[in-house]
Design a protein around this ligand. Structure first.
Ligand code: AHR
Length: 551
């Protein structure tokens, strides 16, 4: 995002603030948060807190699947610690099997007796990141040990809904409906239901969420939007329901490509075709170009996950906050084709993407270290989704384990959480709550970007309410200045009690390793509450959550 666009966004937020009645603020606080208890934006879909898993590097093999005979504690081959930690943060939905892998995957390869499953070349085998892998590594030659039934068990164990991404590039439409049949046809009904029973699950899986291709503008077929619309029609014209309320997710734009969205929906409109199951329009946005405008080259634009200076710290946020513009713009355009607002945005890939070199294990393709900086970016992104709760229906962080914006790292029996995990832990309280209108005002942060003074909002965040509990989350990206913040509740309410937790460190590069697994972890933060307001000092470089109980 360029600076001009960012300043526009912040001044719009400022304008909204100017029109609300000015509260009597404390004279000592430098930052203020006004929460409008009576103004709900909408329910925060729990699915916004989803995760993404792909047959890529160490995500499935070692990350999730260790095998039944492993010495790593497991439940039927699935790493026990990962499901325990996923339950802790209430992961609502998991997307699988890709990503780009999805459009090269034949679901039939991954069902039936494990020993009889074929070995296939993985989509990622020719990626430059695969070059350090040796021999017949499973990252190069997919064994299919983890398939549909294993994924369903993984979801069941972690308490998450499955979201399956279908292969639109290299399988016919028939195989999409047959995969639905395998998953959802009633016990004893079809031959595929009998296969499913023989593979351990007589009861149907009742999978609701189905992605119709992935990145169909790129690795999913390099289609033109009109061509994708044609394939989409072919794939979705007949899919059996078996009483399950199916939700299709169309392969939406890269970044903020409005042309892709417009041409796809125009093509559907020309055919007067809008399936009622189309509930999601996927958006992928990675924060990868930290070159500060030097290049738009996918490789040259990336920077290191661990080695960065103050400018690199702020630049990640400047680029990442473009997500808000994408959400607004794509939503605005969608409204022209879907005035009834049946279709929500599904941001099913997001996170920072750095250059290779900091992965914790050679098998972790696209693996990278995850620092406090990434925790702030993730928190800012989730706050955007919360603030736009009426627009964003689902999201998935890319990816769950041993990959880009990972929550976990594993290496055989070693398993650690990252700072991004702690953000999901703090933010889980927003799931299913009412997103509230909230005004943040705080001294801006300034940094030098290629010799030009550049500005970021001082504090960013979101607020939600469930019953008598109000949750406020906020990021202070300022590396030097704490923010003495007053939070005021508007609407007749009195605070009965309040508590807060924070993720921060004096080192902006702070991260967890197998040797120091708890270098970055949540801590308690002092809050002083009285009447309808509270004060709190938000440390520099921090993500905080304040939990307020109303009387
Ligand atoms: O998350 C890694 C890759 O990024 C996914 O496979 C693809 O969809 C995207 O380009």
């Amino acid at each position: 995002m360029d600076r001009r666009r960012f300043l526009q966004t912040s001044s719009l937020a400022g304008a909204a603030f100017a029109f609300t009645a000015r509260p009597a603020w404390s004279a000592t606080a430098d930052s203020h948060v006004e929460i409008l208890l009576d103004e709900s934006v909408g329910t925060i879909a729990p699915e916004i807190y989803g995760q993404f898993t792909e047959h890529l590097g160490g995500v499935i093999y070692d990350g999730i699947w260790v095998g039944e005979n492993s010495t790593v504690p497991n439940v039927g081959g699935i790493r026990k610690e990962i499901v325990d930690r996923m339950k802790q943060i209430h992961v609502p939905v998991v997307r699988w099997p890709g990503g780009c892998f999805a459009d090269s995957y034949d679901w039939r390869d991954g069902v039936g007796p494990s020993k009889e499953r074929p070995i296939r070349t993985n989509f990622w085998a020719d990626d430059p990141d695969a070059q350090r892998l040796k021999g017949n590594a499973v990252q190069l030659y997919e064994t299919n040990a983890f398939g549909t039934d294993e994924f369903m068990r993984f979801c069941h164990l972690s308490g998450a809904e499955p979201y399956l991404a279908s292969n639109l590039r290299s399988l016919p439409a028939m195989e999409f409906s047959r995969w639905v049949e395998y998953c959802n046809s009633p016990e004893g009904s079809t031959t595929l239901a009998k296969h499913r029973a023989a593979n351990g699950s007589p009861a149907p899986y009742d999978v609701k969420y189905w992605g119709v291709g992935n990145e169909s503008w790129g690795c999913g077929g390099n289609f033109e939007p009109e061509e994708y619309a044609e394939e989409f029609r072919r794939f979705t014209t007949w899919v059996p329901h078996y009483g399950v309320p199916l939700s299709f997710i169309g392969s939406g734009p890269n970044d903020n490509n409005l042309e892709w969205t417009n041409s796809f929906f125009e093509a559907l409109r020309r055919k007067n075709y809008m399936p009622r199951e189309l509930h999601g329009w996927s958006v992928h946005y990675y924060t990868w170009n930290l070159s500060m405008g030097e290049t738009t080259d996918w490789v040259a634009g990336k920077r290191d996950a661990l080695e960065f200076d103050e400018t690199g710290w702020y630049e990640l946020f400047l680029q990442g906050l473009y997500m808000e513009e994408i959400v607004r713009a794509q939503w605005g355009l969608l409204g022209e084709f879907d005035p009834g607002r049946n279709i929500k945005l599904v941001v099913d890939e997001y996170g920072a993407w750095y250059k290779p070199g900091t992965q914790l294990d050679p098998t972790h393709m696209l693996g990278q270290q995850v620092t406090l900086r990434d925790a702030l970016l993730t928190a800012m992104t989730l706050d955007i989704f919360n603030r736009h709760a009426e627009k964003v229906g689902m999201a998935a962080c890319a990816q769950l384990v041993n990959c880009l914006n990972a929550l976990f790292f594993s290496q055989e029996d070693k398993f650690i959480t990252t700072p991004v995990f702690h953000v999901f832990d703090m933010y889980a309280a927003h799931q299913g709550a009412q997103s509230l209108r909230v005004n943040f005002s705080s001294p801006q942060v300034h940094y030098q970007r290629k010799g030009k003074a550049t500005t970021l909002a001082g504090l960013l965040g979101s607020a939600s309410m469930r019953g008598k509990t109000v949750t406020v989350t906020a990021t202070n990206s300022d590396l030097k200045n704490p923010k003495l913040t007053e939070i005021v509740l508007r609407g007749s309410a009195t605070i009965a009690s309040a508590e807060a937790s924070v993720l921060t460190d004096t080192d902006m590069h702070a991260h967890n390793t197998f040797a120091q697994p708890n270098a970055v972890q949540l801590k308690k933060l002092a809050v002083e509450a009285q009447g309808d307001r509270l004060t709190i000092t938000l440390p520099p470089a921090s993500v905080s959550r304040v939990t307020i109980q109303l009387a």
